[in-house]
Write a protein that binds this ligand. Structure first.
Ligand code: IMP
Length: 458
C-alpha cells in the first residue's frame, strides 16, 4: 500500500518529520515532485539532518526514490549523499530516468527572471534553485532527463539545442552579456557536458537510475509499503495554488501518481495524510489573509518593520517555531491558521488523515485565533477563491480559542492524545471536524519522539 504525505498549506508544515515518523513501517520512500527547493529537517536523537533532495526516509535506511516528477540537481544530490555518508549513514537512493535535470543555466535564469520581475514588484520569491526554468524546459520538450546523462551522444545533442537558446534569452531578451554573469560557464556547451557526463557516470557506476513506475509498482506487488513524500504545499501547487506565486510542480496528491508512475488507483487506494502546521507560515511574496505583521521584502506593500501587538506576536511565533527557511535562511511570514485554505487542500487531495504540527509553539498564548472563513466582497466564503486577485481581497473572519499552557511536551508525546492540554484538544477537534478528517498525529516538538501518534497509517 501507499501512504502519501501532502503539505496542506504553503510548505514548511513539517512533512519531513511525519515522513520520518511513519516510515519505520515503509520499505521505500519516494519523492514525486520538486527538487532541491525543498527543505526537510529530520531530527534523530538530537542530531539534525537537513535534506533538500534526498528523500527523508534515507536517514532511516529506507530505499529513497526520486520519481519522474522531480527535477534533479545532481550536484546537490551527490553533496547530500556524501554528507550523509560522512555522518555514518549509507543512503540507498534511486533516481527516475524520466526525471528532468536542473542544469547550471536554469539556476542563472531563475535569478535573472526574479530580478527583472522585481523591477515591477512581480517577483515570486523563488528559492533560486532553477526549479521553474527546468519545468519550463520539461513542458517545452527541450529538457535533459536523468536517462540522458547516461548517454553521452544524447546529452550533447540536447545541450547543443538548448544552450544557444538560453544564451540568446540572456543576451537578446534580457539584454545582458553572458560574459558578465557570475557563472558564464553555465552557457558553455562543453563545460556543461563535461560536468554532467561525470554525474551520469557516477549514477551509472552506482546503479542509481530506475524506471520509477515499474520499480515502485513491483515493490507494491511484492507487498512492500511505499511512502510518497510530497514537498512544498497545496497553496504553492502550480494548478491548485495561488498562481503565479507558486512552485512549478504538483505537491497535491494527484502529483503522487503522475510523479511516480504509480496509477491514481494505487495512490487513491492508500492513505493520503495532510500535514498542517497549527498556524501559518509563508516564504516569499503573494497574499496571506491571516498574516500577523509582515516581513520586509516578502510581504507585499510592507516596506518597513511595523510595530504593535500583532507584530510582536508574529516575531514571538517565528522565534519559538524557528521559522526561518531551511534552504534560504529567510525569515518566514507568520499568520493564524487559515481554514478556507485547509478546506481547499482537503478537497484537492482527499485527505484520509491529518497530522497537525507545532501545537507546542502556540502554547502560553492567552488566545489562539483561526481564520474560519473569508469575507469576499460582502459574501462569506469557506474555501479559497480560484484567482489570486480574489484571494488578495479576502478578509478573514476569525474565531477565537482559549490558549493552552506550556507543558512538558515530551511527556505528552509519551502519554498520548489525552495528555494534550484541553485547549489544544478543542483546537484540534475543530480542525478535524471542519475538514471531516481524523487527526492521525500531533507534533509537539522538533524531535521524532515529540509526536503524539493517534493512528499508524501502514
Ligand atoms: P521555487 O520552487 O524555487 O520556484 O519557488 C516558488 C515559490 O515556492 C516561492 O514562493 C518559494 O518561496 C516557494 N517554495 C518553494 N519551495 C518551498 C518550500 O520547500 N517551502 C516553502 N515554500 C517553498
Amino acid at each position: 500500500m501507499t501512504v502519501t504525505i501532502v503539505g496542506a498549506q504553503l510548505g514548511d508544515e513539517g512533512k519531513g518529520g511525519i515522513v520520518d515518523l511513519y516510515c519505520d513501517e515503509a520499505d521505500v520512500v519516494a519523492r514525486y515532485q520538486g527538487g532541491d527547493n525543498a527543505g526537510h529537517t529530520v531530527v534523530e536523537d538530537g542530531t539534525e539532518y537537513k535534506l533538500s533532495l534526498v528523500p527523508s526516509g534515507a536517514v532511516r535506511g529506507k530505499v529513497g526514490v526520486l520519481g519522474n516528477g522531480c527535477v534533479v540537481n545532481p550536484a546537490t544530490l551527490f553533496d547530500e549523499i556524501d554528507d550523509l555518508r560522512e555522518r555514518g549513514l549509507d543512503p540507498d537512493v534511486r533516481v527516475a530516468r524520466r526525471a528532468h535535470v536542473i542544469l547550471p543555466y536554469h539556476r542563472v535564469l531563475d535569478g535573472i527572471e526574479e530580478e527583472i520581475k522585481s523591477e515591477s514588484d512581480q517577483e515570486v520569491g523563488t528559492t533560486g534553485r532553477g526549479i521553474g526554468p527546468t519545468y519550463e524546459d520539461k513542458a517545452g520538450r527541450r529538457g535533459v532527463r536523468v536517462g540522458d546523462l547516461l548517454e553521452p551522444d544524447v546529452l550533447r545533442e540536447r545541450l547543443k539545442y538548448a544552450v544557444p537558446q538560453k544564451r540568446a534569452l540572456v543576451e537578446d531578451v534580457y539584454g545582458l552579456d553572458v560574459a558578465d554573469l557570475d557563472a558564464p560557464e553555465a552557457f558553455d556547451i562543453d563545460a556543461v557536458f563535461e560536468q554532467y557526463r561525470e554525474f551520469g557516470r557516477r549514477l551509472d557506476d552506482q546503479d542509481m537510475t530506475v524506471n520509477a513506475g515499474s520499480f515502485l509498482t513491483d515493490a507494491i506487488e511484492e507487498e512492500e509499503s511505499v511512502m510518497l513524500e510530497g514537498a512544498q504545499g497545496t497553496i504553492i501547487d502550480i494548478d491548485h495554488g495561488n498562481y503565479p506565486y507558486v512552485t512549478s510542480s504538483n505537491p497535491t496528491a494527484g502529483g503522487a501518481a503522475t510523479g511516480t508512475g504509480l496509477s491514481p488507483g494505487v495512490v487513491g487506494g492508500g492513505e493520503v495524510i495532510g500535514i498542517v502546521k497549527a498556524y501559518l507560515t509563508r516564504v516569499g511574496s503573494g497574499p496571506m489573509p491571516t498574516e500577523l505583521g509582515g516581513v520586509v521584502g516578502d510581504t507585499p506593500g510592507y516596506d518597513e518593520q511595523g510595530e504593535g501587538e500583532n507584530e510582536e506576536l508574529a516575531t514571538y511565533i517565528r522565534e519559538e517555531g524557528g521559522e526561518y527557511g531551511t534552504v534560504t535562511g529567510r525569515p518566514r511570514r507568520v499568520g493564524w491558521l487559515d481554514m478556507p485554505m485547509l478546506r481547499h487542500a482537503a478537497r484537492t487531495s482527499g485527505f484520509t488523515g491529518l497530522a497537525v504540527n507545532h501545537i507546542d509553539v502556540l502554547s502560553g498564548l492567552d488566545e489562539v485565533k483561526v481564520g474560519h472563513s473569508y469575507d469576499l466582497e460582502g459574501e462569506e466564503t469557506f474555501s479559497m477563491p480560484a484567482t489570486t486577485e480574489h484571494w488578495r481581497r479576502c478578509e478573514p473572519n476569525f474565531r477565537s480559542f482559549d490558549g493552552w499552557p506550556d507543558v512538558d511536551w515530551s511527556s505528552v508525546a509519551a502519554d498520548g492524545y489525552d495528555a494534550i492540554p484541553d485547549g489544544a484538544q478543542t483546537y484540534l477537534e475543530y480542525v478535524s471536524d471542519e475538514l471531516d478528517t481524523p487527526v492521525y498525529a500531533v507534533g509537539v516538538g522538533a524531535d521524532r519522539d515529540e509526536t503524539v501518534v493517534v493512528e499508524e497509517p501502514f
